[in-house]
Write a protein that binds this ligand. Sequence first.
Ligand SMILES: Cc1cc2nc3c(=O)[nH]c(=O)nc-3n(C[C@H](O)[C@H](O)[C@H](O)COP(=O)(O)O)c2cc1C
Length: 397
Amino acid sequence: MSKNPWAQNPWFESVAVAQQRAKKRLPKSVYGALVAGSERGQSLTDNEAAFTELGLAPHVAGHLPDRAMATSVLGVDISLPVIMSPTGVQAVHPDGEVAVARAAAARGTAIGLSNFASRSVEDVVEANPNTFFQMYWTGDRDVMVQRMARARAAGAKGLIATLDWSFSMGRDWGSPEIPEKIDFASALKLAPEVVRRPRWAWEFAKEGNIPDLTAPNLAAPGEDKGPTFFAAYYEWMTTTPPTWEDVEWMAKEWGGPFMLKGVCRIDDAKRARDLGVSAISVSNHGGNNLDGTPAPIRVLPGIADAVGDDIEVLMDGGIRRGSDVVKALALGARAVMIGRAYLWGLGANGQAGVENVLDILRSGIDSALLGMGHSSIDELSPEDLVIPEGFARRLGE
Ligand SMILES: Cc1cc2nc3c(=O)[nH]c(=O)nc-3n(C[C@H](O)[C@H](O)[C@H](O)COP(=O)(O)O)c2cc1C
């Protein structure tokens, strides 16, 4: 307990409050990198706005005392239908993805670890054995085989292939300038922002750990440090984009539970199923990719109808509260993945902030189940929702 009776209680009651705190605490460029989005922000906005178009249809009595929300994703048991989506979070917190992994473990769920993450897959698996490793299509096949082998040896329980990136550049509210290394010159440049964020700077300073933007999971064998973030991005940009045969190759090469992330169309979902993926995530990369892609919650029902009996269908994008999770499950998702929600928690209060976010989602899911008179997430269906006409989008039928 703090001795100062006026000190702010670090607990927050909603993800929106976590975001406000993260905004106050993080340097402007770090906060801006998390807000992200692309071009005019049409997809970014729709991802959250679409949830506000959906209503809930509660009962007034006949509620049940027990409500179950445990499920599994890629063969891993989770205590709530929410897992951590991979995010290349650099410089939000010195413990980075290890803090996220610990929080997920403490709340009984899994983490997707980005290949652009700031912490190694070995450290993250140690913090949470239920780790899925995420890869982009970058480098040649030999390099990819070596990166998959490393993740497998570290104990990653599944592979997430994110293939929806199209290098769409430029956003109307400006991209933050991110230095490759926090060396003396860039520190001077960043100084005015950092001076206004002493708590963030202190977190790094006390660990003796200045944010160093490298991607350790992309290190060549025998190298202890990975390439810089920008060198890694260059490799990715100059790699020939994958064919469907490449996707099949990757899934076979991994040889275990495999998720294709970024699916928006029914024809792509069917193709992914036919070539043997275990799961897909219906996603538009949090609105950071091709602007104008509809919110995933709008395309989810058509995709879940088409392939939901054959493979696991997850969704991510715009989840900020437990009722959003319930809406996604009612429209056919097995579970959801969260991105910014946990990043705001991490920025606001480190590992405890991420746990706080998972607790908010858990209690929101529980309230919605209670209100709807259900004893389990398995009972959720579109009947529980108020769905306006024209809400859904069916792409590629
Ligand atoms: C800052 C940031 C970094 C991201 N980095 C990655 C990444 O490295 N790999 C990936 O598959 N998705 C990445 N994503 C996308 C997320 O996994 C997820 O699809 C998205 O955040 C979901 O939307 P939400 O933030 O509204 O929950 C990133 C998203 C954000 C906001």
